[in-house]
Write a protein that binds this ligand. Sequence first.
Ligand code: NAP
Length: 254
Amino acid sequence: MSEIADLFDLTGKWALVTGARGGLGQAMARALAMAGADIVGLGSTPMPETGQLIEASGRRFLGVQADLSQPNDFRALVAQMEELAGPIDILVNNAGIIRRADVLDYTEADWDVVTNVNEKNLFFLSQAVARGMVSRRFGRIINIASLLSFQGGIRVPAYTASKHAVAGLTKLMANELAASGVTVNAIAPGYMETDNTAALRADPDRQRQILERIPMGRWGVPDDLATAVLFLATPRASYVTGAIIPVDGGWLAR
Ligand code: NAP
């Protein structure tokens, strides 16, 4: 193996990727598998396509179903995964949802479901996985934040609040877990072509406004996150923690 490949080698590691059925989660799971990791994919529905892609690349895949909008016994869930797969070395907290409505109309039901998936259960799943990581003195937790971890956005109050929380929790967990060999970082994707942004791309005015503001002049695609996730996942990135890396075509620089 070349020295460069060695820097990013994840052979023998298990990575748990939430929301890996498609979009950004599937692309990051594939990137991790390309670097040698075996994958546990967690979602609220089965993800046969992701399983096939991972296995076709020669890695092992375990699909797990859990609804992150509901309370879960994460300690038991993680114990079950680790029994069926192996110790989780890398956790990518990617599952996330968005509900759009004007400030004056936003409902408590939308607030609760977005907050549960994007914020509350991101924390409690991380807690359950981190217990094992701390005892093994190694772990990589990678949270998927957003441009709305830094900016206000429009018509997405619960999403903006939850993504600001993801930024804060990334730093808090980084502080507490640093001495145990567990790093906690985040990726803040820009405007990416996935189901999450289908409504924006279907609105010609919003589509034009967004494109005009992206210095790269294009929407991101899921594979644009591959290098960032590998950088944060590798054991060699042992001195990087508490960072939030934008992958946004220059949006935040503008
Ligand atoms: P997506 O295609 O809609 O995928 C979201 C994933 O989250 C799905 O795989 C879904 O799995 C999972 N999920 C949703 N609700 C869940 C629940 N209750 N329980 C378990 N899993 C659940 O969206 P995406 O664009 O790839 O988004 C991935 C992450 O990136 C999200 O955190 C999002 O906020 C963030 N992000 C996206 C963009 C963008 O432009 N697309 C920009 C910044 C940040 P199931 O279908 O199985 O429920």
